[in-house]
Design a protein around this ligand. Structure first.
Ligand code: G3P
Length: 219
């Protein structure tokens, strides 16, 4: 499973990149607004760090406006993927962008039928927002499972991004289900790595090594 980071923060992106585990980045207007910087410049800086897909979202609601914005965003770098909301206008824009070989990430997916339609329109990625479904007492990961079955049934190439991830178990389930990508906030990436038994084990090895050195009269 590929790991993307869900942030527009350069420090977090640099850190995750330095771990050697990062395959891409997803941003959205909320994440970019938190950085309080010029968004196009911020996206350019992100693309300079990460070679994999970097998602940037359009704001327009009508498809000609979406396509125009997408073409501007696509000029930032070759690895930009255009995030398009799942609406009628979004589907029209996706068809056009797909024909122009511009990568698209159809966002705010909350149902398997939405995922089926975006694939038919030629989306490169679909973003299933699992955490926001959990928030309203609906099993978010069930959505991923359903999309995975549908896409497998028809050998659909659109990649499934598990988005709106809130905790490590979302990532574990995503990997078990065979999702293509999990886009993960920095905090959760750190949580994936941590295990108290690893820390205890390191400490015990250090202590025993020190005891051996003490016994041998070494410093
Ligand atoms: O990639 C989608 C993500 O940014 C949404 O996350 O936590 O706002 O539901 P959240």
């Amino acid at each position: 499973m590929k790991i993307f980071i869900d942030t527009a923060n350069l420090e977090e992106i640099n850190l995750a990149h330095s771990l050697g585990v990062l395959d891409g980045v997803t941003t959205n207007p909320t994440l970019l607004s938190k950085e309080k910087k010029e968004p196009l410049k911020q996206l350019k800086d992100i693309c300079a760090i990460v070679k994999g897909p970097v998602s940037a979202e359009v704001i327009s609601k009508d498809f000609p406006g979406m396509v125009k914005e997408a073409e501007e965003l696509a000029k930032i770098a070759e690895n930009i993927a255009i995030k398009v909301p799942i609406t009628e206008e979004g589907l029209k824009a996706t068809k056009i962008l797909s024909a122009k070989k511009i990568k698209t990430n159809l966002t705010l997916c909350f149902s398997p039928t939405q995922a089926l339609l975006v694939a038919k329109a030629g989306a490169s990625f679909v973003s299933a927002f699992v955490g926001r479904l959990d928030d309203i007492s609906t099993e978010g990961m069930q959505l991923v499972s359903d999309i995975k079955i549908i896409y497998s049934n028809y050998n659909i190439k659109t990649e499934i991004i598990v988005a709106s991830i809130r905790h490590p178990l979302h990532v574990l389930e995503a990997a078990r289900m065979g999702a293509d990508i999990a886009t993960i906030p920095f905090k959760v990436i750190s949580q994936l790595l941590k295990h108290p038994l690893t820390d205890i084990g390191i400490k015990r090895f250090e202590d025993d090594w020190q005891k051996l050195n003490d016994a041998l009269g070494k410093k």
